[in-house]
Design a protein around this ligand. Sequence first.
Ligand code: ZN
Length: 274
Amino acid sequence: MKPVGRNRKNKRKFRYGRLALIMVPVTGIVLTICFLACMLLGSSLDSKNSAKMASVQNSESTTLSSENSKTAYLTFDDGCSYHTEEILDILDQYGAKATFFVMNTPYNDKIREIASRGHTVALHTYSHDYQSIYDSEEAYMEDLNKISDLVYEQTGSRPDCVRFPGGSSNAISSFNQGIMTRLTKLLPEAGYQYFDWNVDSTDASGNGVPVEKLVSNATDGIGMQNPVILCHDTNEKTTTVDALPAILEAYKSSGYTFKGLTKDSFPAHHSVSN
Ligand code: ZN
């Protein structure tokens, strides 16, 4: 019986030995496959994580842009005027902030009040004389520095937001070929951001434009991500003042907040045609 037992043991040893001979390379191969699989899985997880990060970032930017989409920018050119005070009072009633692209007027003392009531004072022009400001880059910058000095005297700070008379797309300057192309490059280099608009109240189309028409045009931006609404603050634009409450009401009831422009706000740039 013993030899039989030994034989069995030997046979077992032989089987285990052969098994071990097979298992070692098999285990090696399996481990290698596992290693490679882990590497692949890892990189796939990395890419999944990257995708997840990107999606978080996207959702953050979506959240930001959806917040931005609820921000409207009311802008008033050519002030100050006899109406500035009343405009500021209406804005206060609606908890709204706006931007005033100012020029030299008999109401320069209102510039200080615009700033002290939390609105953005921005630069439009000193003279608003197309022929002289668009005569050359030097002439434009000289005029811009003059209005900047005036605002500085009134508020103690220099704006970095600018709006070209006529907007960057104006064709009035075509007497000086390419001036707007040159100025739109020059301003950012000089530390300014220029702003156009994507909603026009059309109050510059004449004096006494009917309130209903102004409200209808100015509220065309409801649904836009960043409506930048063009209005004017001059003595003649009485109906603009009359239209303001309805314009503010309409945007506010659609969930918009009115903010003043800053250098980083959406600039609503037009296509430069000169
Ligand atoms: Zn203007």
